[in-house]
Design a protein around this ligand. Structure first.
Ligand code: KG4
Ligand code: ZN
Length: 379
């Protein structure tokens, strides 16, 4: 049974639940006759501290923690917005992509709430949430635009003509940009998730210190490849450790581990050297993202760029995109910094915008499934 959008789409309260990976997020948005829905409240619990000891996300622990957090966060959101659960009109949840067990928690809770309240539910694509999250910023974009979606698991350039109208222009053929940050950071002993830590360390370094590969940079197609970067970073880190050891004692450097953990001895190098490698790594990733975004804008003839996903929080990426786009009269839009990484607000928003635009109806079917793999352009 679908919701009749003709009359309920105004002043509708949409609860959103995100549980695709290592963040439990819940939010409440309100729709209006016109314009972007308003975010009334959102609450987030990050599992980063729990997974840190393991050097990455442990799926089973993630699922169990989502179970613990999701209802208290829902209550927190209701309290903060001054609304009652019974006033919620639609429950939206992340249906995929993500970790199957983690997704099942959000989907199960959303459908149970929907069934208990007698309200319809709506499964949302996680990446569509990221993509639409800049609409919650003070400077929201207008359709059409080119989107650069850079998260821990995805790197895509898209042409976006409206809600649900996504054409992929290019994407990574191996690692995502966030993965390139995280894997390089791990080699540098910066822990998990390494992106923000690497970015922080890079601030004190020289981005031109080491020449690292910028794969596919000169190709005209809009695909990315970041898998080679971590190997180049590892080789450079090993060279630096060996050079430092030779300089100080003549003792051979400890053997680096190629696949697991950090490059042995790298943490002991002087901070300036480590910062230089961090800055050079960031520069390689950022340069590719900026250049490919410019090519996409040129090819599509569009003059608006939307950047979304966790790596969109990267300050160097923002500075360089802003500078390059200002020169070409292109407007760049970002989500607010705290909504760049996973959150419930983007899921509530995407659910509300899909209902508003009529591309999807909420249903009273509470038998749920999740889609751990789910291409965005199949929506
Ligand atoms: O979008 P997101 O929260 O989760 C996924 O859907 O994957 O993105 C997480 C990714 C991680 O790889 C993380 O290291 C990266 O975003 N990230 C950053 C920064 N903040 C988060 N990478 C570089 N610089 C940052 N400031
Ligand atoms: Zn995400």
């Amino acid at each position: 049974m679908g919701v009749n959008l003709g009359f309920v789409v105004n002043n509708m309260l949409v609860l959103g639940i995100e549980s695709s990976c290592d963040e439990t997020g819940v939010a409440l948005v309100q729709t209006h006759a016109r314009g972007v829905p308003t975010l009334l409240a959102h609450a987030l619990y990050s599992q980063i501290a729990m997974h840190q000891d393991f050097g990455g996300v442990v799926p089973e622990l993630a699922s169990r923690d989502h179970i613990r957090r999701v209802l208290p966060l829902t209550q927190e959101v209701l309290d903060a917005s001054g609304k009652r659960l019974a006033e919620v009109d639609v429950v939206a949840y992340t249906r995929g992509p993500g970790l199957a067990g983690a997704l099942l928690v959000g989907a199960g809770v959303a459908c149970a709430l929907g069934a208990a309240l007698g309200k319809p539910v709506l499964g949302v694509h996680h990446l569509e949430g990221h993509l639409l999250s800049p609409f919650l910023s003070a400077d929201p974009p207008e359709f059409p635009f080119v989107a650069l979606l850079v998260s821990g698991g995805h790197t895509q350039l898209m042409r976006v003509d409206g809600v649900g109208q996504y054409a992929i222009l290019g994407e990574t053929i191996d690692d995502a940009a966030g993965e390139a940050f995280d894997k390089s950071a791990k080699l540098m002993g910066l822990g998990y998730p390494g992106g923000p830590a690497l970015a922080h360390m890079a601030e004190a370094g020289n981005p031109a210190a080491y020449a690292l590969p910028r794969p596919l940079l000169r190709s005209d197609n809009l695909d990315f490849s970041f898998a080679g970067l971590k190997t180049a970073v590892l080789v450079q880190a090993q060279r630096m450790v060996a050079a430092q050891a030779a300089l100080h004692s003549g003792v051979p450097a400890p053997k680096a581990q190629a696949n697991h953990g950090s490059s042995a001895g790298f943490e002991l190098l002087p901070l300036e050297l480590r910062a230089d490698l961090a800055a050079s790594t960031q520069a390689a990733i950022v340069e590719v993202l900026v250049k490919k975004s410019l090519i996409a804008l040129k090819q599509t003839g569009l003059n608006r760029l939307v950047v979304a996903g966790g790596v969109g929080a990267n300050r160097s990426l923002r500075t360089q995109l802003n500078a390059a786009c200002a020169k070409r009269n292109i407007r760049v839009h970002y989500p607010e910094l705290h909504l760049c990484t996973d959150n419930g607000a983007m899921i509530a928003l995407a659910g509300a915008m899909r209902l508003q635009s009529g591309v999807q109806q909420a249903t009273m079917r509470y038998a749920f499934d999740v889609k751990p793999r789910w291409p965005l352009d199949s929506l």
